[in-house]
Design a protein around this ligand. Sequence first.
Ligand SMILES: CC(C)(COP(=O)(O)OP(=O)(O)OC[C@H]1O[C@@H](n2cnc3c(N)ncnc32)[C@H](O)[C@@H]1OP(=O)(O)O)[C@@H](O)C(=O)NCCC(=O)NCCS
Length: 175
Amino acid sequence: MPSGPTVDLHPISLRSARSVLGGGVLLPGRIRWHPEYPMLETMMGLSVLIQAHRASGWDESRVPCWWMYQLVVAGESGSRLVVGDVGFHSPPSAAGVGTPAADPVVEIGYDVVPSMRGRGIATAACVGIVERAWRAGAAAVRADTDSDNARSRRVLAKVGFLPQPDGSYLLERPA
Ligand SMILES: CC(C)(COP(=O)(O)OP(=O)(O)OC[C@H]1O[C@@H](n2cnc3c(N)ncnc32)[C@H](O)[C@@H]1OP(=O)(O)O)[C@@H](O)C(=O)NCCC(=O)NCCS
């Protein structure tokens, strides 16, 4: 397991989700945001996830199991700072790559604000979301990343994902 910075995963609030559902923006919570946050990827990722949950009958009064999390690290003078996101793209599908159809596969995505990259934050986030996936019953975690996205591919390799023939990356639940 790679060692690195402490990165806490904080679920995006229902208040924010409701704002995005209504066509609005992500709302600030109690923890300070990095000046480069939220990113376009934050809003796009949350919108796609919300639509997927709505399509599968989400009870909108609760944060769903397969959700999106803000990445929180230590800031200056004991403060805490949101510097990115990690999350699932949707509830699990049974049509995973290389796994039996009965075994749920979840896809993940992540992003870190540009000036905080290269410090191990995405790697720690990836470890954290994979642990959540196993706890929630996933059989495998999948990630799709562009072939020229060397940073993201390196993150996935560090966490133990293996490249698949279709270009995606897959990590199977340990026995
Ligand atoms: C991909 C991304 C999340 C990585 O975040 P990060 O916090 O910088 O990642 P980490 O610091 O944990 O790891 C990055 C690794 O890539 C390596 N790296 C950096 N530039 C690289 C390059 N040009 N080629 C190969 N490896 C590179 C780093 O050295 C590090 O590996 P190491 O720990 O072995 O040295 C970040 O670049 C990002 O937000 N990109 C835009 C969104 C995106 O592409 N998301 C992924 C889509 S699924």
